[in-house]
Design a protein around this ligand. Structure first.
Ligand code: FAD
Ligand code: UDP
Length: 370
């Protein structure tokens, strides 16, 4: 008899399993329907021996000392600050848009103060900022919105930014200085030996058993367990009772080139042309030296594994109905990006899992005291 069945071996499931097994000494079975642990953060060495991310580029960044310290138990780190260029009007320019982006795009020589005024002259007043279009045009105007945001967002989400919650494009700020980092978080690192190694270390405990290529639906009535942590899609858990929650998917094309480098930074975004949204070159992230280089092209799609909850009001309303079912479900905890339908980064999922674990600790007596 397992004390816990953990469905999904990504960040949500693995943090929960680690805490339950190590801190509470309870017996945990972790299952995942994929043939590997680490969820969407899974990385592996490809045929050429280059470390690549199977499900697109994952860069760890957080402002939480607690989350950073927790993960530091399972990995050493490589300091890495992420930089991204956007291919616009035949140039590769810094995104988030900053002083250099504007000066290079328009052949100007503005100062920070002048750029603030320049943006102000182009910004469109929006009474209530609700959508992903509003948030950009109200800051920097329509032309830059169309060059950098509209095409990328339509590709990525399959809908116009005016139909998406403001939170989506608000993830990418606008700057008047020359800071060209994608993130400004205090802690920005890559796991030194990769994410999968970090997960192996997290799940390496005598109380944890792992079964891969195992779907919850196939074993829920077969294997005895007392409680469940569920990190798959919440609508699937309830057999889509209220209809399907939309999740956006991606197709990944992994390519190795026989030259040393393909591009000057880890990620180049393509907001204006091509069917793919971005190209990632992993050696920038990993620091690996190799005569060849591996890349991933991302093609957004409606079909395929669920990767992104789609933030828009009707989806939030549908999720609320599932959330009410989830709350009423006894002995089951719903954690993670798919199970709580939140566009969370890795650190936020770790934070959510640690908070869920604290709630469990406060409400359920330990089954097997140390
Ligand atoms: P997942 O990693 O999706 O894990 C859920 C697991 O549950 C999966 O392995 C799945 O196979 C399994 N599962 C589902 N249903 C079942 C079932 N019925 N039975 C058995 N197993 C099941 N975050 C960052 O912080 N920085 C980044 O740079 C970043 N880049 C990203 C790039 C892309 C392309 C994507 C898609 C996401 C990115 N993220 C990034 C977000 C990050 O991937 C997530 O925050 C994190 O992986 C979510 O962890 P999770 O455990 O909630 O979900
Ligand atoms: N975005 C955009 N142009 C860009 C980068 C981002 O329009 O060059 C928008 C797009 O809608 C994207 C969102 O901002 O989905 C969030 O970008 P982020 O890089 O955080 O996406 P993720 O890495 O989560 O896929």
């Amino acid at each position: 008899m397992f004390d816990w069945l953990v469905v999904g071996a990504g960040f949500a499931g693995s943090v929960m399993a680690e805490r339950l097994a190590r801190d509470r000494n309870e017996r945990v079975l972790v299952i995942d329907k994929r043939p590997h642990i680490a969820g969407n953060a899974y990385d592996r060495h490809d045929k050429a021996g280059l470390l690549v991310h199977q499900y697109g580029p994952h860069i760890f960044h957080t402002n939480s000392r607690q989350i950073f310290d927790y993960l530091s138990r399972f990995t050493e780190w490589r300091a890495y600050e992420h930089r991204v260029l956007a291919s616009v009007d035949g140039m590769q320019l810094p995104i988030p848009i900053n002083l250099d982006t504007i000066n290079r795009l328009y052949g100007l020589d503005l100062t920070t103060e002048e750029l603030a005024v320049w943006f102000g002259e182009r910004a469109e007043p929006v009474e209530e900022i609700r959508t992903s279009e509003d948030v950009v045009v109200s800051q920097i105007g329509r032309e830059l919105y169309e060059k950098f945001f509209r095409g990328y967002t339509r590709k990525q989400w399959g809908v116009d930014p005016s139909e998406l919650d403001k939170a989506v494009t608000a993830r990418v700020p606008t700057r008047t200085n020359r800071d060209d980092r994608y993130f400004t978080d205090e802690y920005q690192y890559m796991p030194k030996h990769g994410y999968t190694r970090m997960f192996e270390s997290m799940l390496d405990h005598p109380n944890i058993k792992i079964m891969l290529q195992t779907d919850f639906a196939d074993i829920r009535d077969e294997i005895p367990f007392r409680r469940v942590v569920y990190t798959g899609p919440v609508d699937e858990y309830f057999d889509h009772r209220f209809g399907k929650l939309p999740y956006r998917s991606l197709g990944f094309e992994h390519v190795t080139e026989e030259n040393e480098w393909h591009q000057s930074v880890a990620v180049v975004n393509y907001p204006m042309d091509h069917d793919y949204t971005r190209i990632t070159e992993y050696k920038h992230l990993t620091g690996q030296t190799h005569p060849h280089t591996s890349l991933t092209y991302e093609y957004p799609s409606d079909r395929g594994d669920p990767y992104y909850p789609v933030p828009r009001p009707e989806n939030a309303a549908l999720y609320k109905r599932y959330e009410a079912l989830a709350r009423a479900e006894e002995n089951v905890w719903f954690v993670g990006r798919l199970a709580t339908y939140r566009y969370y980064n890795m650190d936020q999922v770790v934070g959510q899992a640690l908070a869920t674990y604290r709630r469990i600790s406060e409400s359920i007596p330990v089954a097997r005291p140390h």
